[in-house]
Design a protein around this ligand. Structure first.
Ligand SMILES: [Zn+2]
Ligand SMILES: [Zn+2]
Length: 187
């Protein structure tokens, strides 16, 4: 498959031919339809995040269609659309994983950093961390929601019932959350 590959930090991505990933146990094989570009991708290329797998396929705002379902995966069918976010895998058994706070897991592994991501024709992803996507969003519209949208919405929910939400800086997350209406008087 064709993929844009990071072979060394501080170097441009290179178009390369890589073997198509497989749907291993617990994973989905996705035919990538769209993948957003996140500021974190630039941090990985620029060396601000220091421990990527190399060579690496970046990209953690993946929208794809399920082409194969790995062993032990339940609830996903071939042809369904799936979204893949930054949080790619966790241990499943620590005190954070067992209380709905997997993002704090010490053994968390991230899409497009520890795990090959979506700047490619195909990607595989742990089915437990894939999202179903509503039909009224196109592939391109849905992709940025998988990181920028998710971050802003999570912050909005965590902010509780205050009447105002301050947005400091105005990047990918803020410009999306500013469009969310959940009955707040002022955002
Ligand atoms: Zn991101
Ligand atoms: Zn854990």
């Amino acid at each position: 498959m064709r993929a844009m590959v990071l072979t060394a930090q501080h170097e441009p991505l290179r178009l390369m031919e890589l073997p198509r990933p497989e749907a291993g146990p617990g994973t989905l094989l996705l035919e990538v339809a769209a993948c957003g570009v996140c500021r974190t991708d630039l941090h990985v290329v620029d060396g601000d995040l220091t421990e990527p797998k190399l060579p690496l396929v970046l990209g953690h705002e993946i929208v794809g269609r399920v082409a194969a379902v790995g062993a032990a995966v339940t609830g996903w069918e071939i042809g369904e659309r799936a979204g893949v976010p930054w949080l790619g895998a966790t241990c499943g058994s620590c005190r954070f994983c067992t209380t709905g706070r997997e993002n704090l897991c010490d053994e968390a592994r991230f899409t497009g950093y520890h795990i090959d991501g979506g700047y490619a024709e195909w990607a595989s992803a742990d089915a437990r961390f894939c999202f179903r996507l509503p039909d009224d969003l196109s592939d391109v519209e849905a992709a940025p929601l998988l990181c920028a949208g998710l971050i802003g919405y999570r912050a909005l929910r965590a902010a509780g019932s205050g009447e105002r939400l301050g947005l400091y800086g105005f990047g990918a997350a803020a410009h999306i959350v500013a469009q969310v209406e959940i009955g707040r008087a002022h955002v």
